[in-house]
Design a protein around this ligand. Structure first.
Ligand code: GTP
Ligand code: SPV
Ligand code: MN
Length: 608
């Protein structure tokens, strides 16, 4: 962290290093944004969409090598290697700074360095954090304007708060005099560095202009750096949606959901329940900062103020509210473009057009074999455009949490929903979560199941064992009865034909209803070796076309599959090493013995 007094000196020092032609301090006005957008259009970096179809909206197309987060080029540079742990790429901070200093030297030549003051969290919240990002990408500026509280008002707040996280970002493509710029400047993958110095609370990012690599408030500050601050200060920074659920009687509860990238957070956070009388409203769709009030209850804020959502698959059918949100004033990245200058992607409503410009700006027809939109194509839009934004989304103290969902893409074994026996068992569930890897990260392993504890694998700024211990410690700080119940959900179970068994999307409200009522203990559950599953008939399936057999497949325990799972978790736990909390190893052993010798009348759940 740096103080307000240190700000100018730091900006000067970074400018001397990066040698931009000019420096622009962003103020955050509408007039400024219009100027930036016109410049992006006139320099052919952005395409203005048809104002009749998509008013105030723009499309960008990245370099094909710069389309998602790069986990193997993301570094945690803690003083000690053991503090980064086995799941992070560690670098010695001094060595990494030397390497990157040479990369940053002159990296902004021929360009403008923008100074972005931004706030993560509501103004006046005890949790909010200020960041100052220096960047040579105007694309980053116009995105950060929507994703964060942005501009001069943050500088005002900084005078009071007097601490900011310095964030330096360059796309790594300096321009010699007369040299023509690229549409999407960036560097080859081996030159990209997304670097975090957790002890110093410092972020340096070089070589990429895309998403979480470059919009440094999001994954870098609000998750990797914040997770370390949160551990030190006894709160939590998590990769979670926050939703408000109202039942037909008007009673409300707030629910968190930790699902890995591209596994359904945005969708769940704004879903339209198919069950009559139920309502979902959005507090956040990607990140939650959670703290414990003296009453021992957990409260969460959404540190962001925009959505950077997966475009592909989004339709009025699957996510009506997201489609409404992006009807105007939206930035699209790596989508396809129709002949009348609107956006298109696989899974959007309507007929497939005869002709498109694909995300690589090539002609595309129905016969083309490549996708028109990139699988990680995204929209950026301000939360204010979400038609179901909860009125308390911006409340400084956050909202009181009743339930935490964890889950991922698991084609087999994991039932539709099961409830933990208590906090420790819930932390165990989060610790062993697995999911098929998605296109949200650049990897050769897309589709393979990997363990992703609390959907935080790529985002924990320190040792995963210490992170899991922190979850247990947060629980110990409270009375377990005051804490949210933890549920493991899986919308992605497949049948022998490889099709999803559960219809998902709005139908997930049926599971949300069961969870809501479990919090009030007003619906039946069945105790099983893995926790509580819905009692037969306790999930409201009125009006749903799902066979009883299919529902039973989603509900009952596949003992062999779970014993196999236990072995796989044990192997994974070995990779965590000696910092794995003993409690979690005990939970694993207890699960195994329950699976082998289960007697429903002889279960002691008191110690949870
Ligand atoms: P990040 O922004 O990467 O963190 O992703 P996210 O967790 O917000 O995922 P998102 O809601 O954008 O969903 C990603 C993909 O999962 C989309 O293609 C959705 O169509 C699909 N999806 C979301 N919910 C469901 C569901 O309930 N069932 C099925 N089958 N697919 C879903
Ligand atoms: C994710 O990958 O979890 C995202 C997109 O939310 S990015 O901001 O690119 O990290
Ligand atoms: Mn995410």
């Amino acid at each position: 962290m740096k103080t307000y007094k240190e700000l100018q000196g730091w900006v000067d020092e970074m400018a001397a290093l990066c040698q931009p032609d000019r420096i622009v301090w962003c103020v955050g006005s509408d007039e400024e944004n219009e100027r930036f957008m016109s410049e992006l259009v006139s320099t052919k970096k952005a395409l203005k969409l048809n104002p009749e179809k998509r008013p105030g909206s723009y499309a960008f197309f990245s370099d094909p090598s710069d389309v998602a987060r790069v986990e193997n080029r993301t570094f945690i540079a803690s003083q000690l290697e053991e503090d980064a742990g086995p799941t992070n790429n560690w670098r010695d901070p001094e060595v990494l700074k030397e390497t990157m200093t040479e990369l940053f030297r002159g990296s902004m030549k021929g360009r403008t360095m923008y100074v972005i003051p931004y706030m993560m969290g509501p103004f006046g919240s005890p949790l909010s954090k200020i960041g100052i990002q220096l960047t040579d990408s105007l694309y980053v500026v116009v995105n950060m304007r929507m994703m964060t509280r942005f501009g001069s008002k943050v500088l005002e707040a900084l005078k009071e708060q007097d601490a900011f996280v310095p964030c330096l970002h360059s796309v790594g493509y300096p321009l010699e005099p007369g040299q023509e710029d690229l549409e999407w400047p960036s560097t080859p993958i081996d030159y990209k560095y997304i670097a975090h110095f957790p002890e110093e609370r410092l972020i340096w990012s070089y070589g990429s202009g895309y998403g979480g690599n470059a919009l440094l408030g999001k994954k870098c500050l609000a998750l990797r750096i914040a997770s370390k601050i949160a551990k030190d200060e006894m709160w939590m920074a998590e990769h979670m949606l926050i939703l408000k659920l109202t039942n037909p009687e008007g009673k409300t509860k707030y629910i968190l959901g930790a699902f890995p990238s591209a596994c359904g957070k945005t969708n769940l956070s704004m879903l339209i329940p198919t069950l009559p009388g139920w309502k979902v409203e959005t507090v956040g769709d990607d990140i939650a900062w959670i703290w414990m009030k003296p009453d021992g209850k957990l409260y969460a804020i959404n540190p962001e103020s925009g959505f950077f959502g997966v475009a592909k698959g989004t339709s009025y059918q699957s996510n009506y509210n997201a489609m409404k949100a992006i009807e105007k004033n939206t930035i699209f990245t790596n989508v396809a473009i129709t002949d009348d200058l609107d956006v298109w992607w696989e899974g959007i409503d309507g007929e497939v057009p005869e002709h498109l410009m694909d995300w690589k700006k090539q002609d595309w027809t129905k016969d083309s074999v490549t996708p028109a939109a990139h699988p990680n194509s995204r929209f950026t839009v301000s939360t204010s455009q979400c038609p179901v934004l909860a009125e308390e989304w911006d409340q400084p103290e956050g909202v009181e949490i009743s339930a935490i969902l964890v889950g991922g893409r698991r084609p087999s074994t994991i039932p539709l929903v099961h409830e933990s026996l208590g906090w420790k068992h819930g932390v165990f569930m989060g610790s062993m979560m697995g999911s098929e890897l998605t296109a949200a990260t650049i990897s050769k392993e897309i589709g393979k199941v990997r363990r992703d504890p609390f959907a935080m694998l790529p985002f924990i700024g320190y040792h995963v064992g210490d992170y899991l211990q922190h979850w247990l410690d947060m629980g110990k700080k409270s009375n377990y009865a005051m804490l949210p119940k933890i549920f493991y959900v899986n919308w992605f179970r497949k049948n022998e034909d490889g099709a999803f068994i559960w219809p998902g999307f709005g139908e997930n409200s049926r599971v949300l209803k069961w969870i809501f009522e479990r919090c009030d203990e007003s619906v039946k559950a069945e105790l099983t070796p893995i926790g509580y599953v819905p009692a037969k008939g306790s999930i409201d399936l009125t009006g749903l076309d799902l066979t009883e057999d299919d529902m039973e497949t989603l509900r009952i325990i596949d003992t062999d599959g779970w014993l196999h799972e236990v072995e796989s978790i044990r192997e994974y736990y070995h990779t965590i090493g000696s910092k794995l909390p003993v409690v979690l190893e005990e939970e694993l052993n207890k699960l195994e013995s329950r699976l082998k010798f289960f007697d429903v009348n002889n279960q002691n759940t008191d110690d949870y």
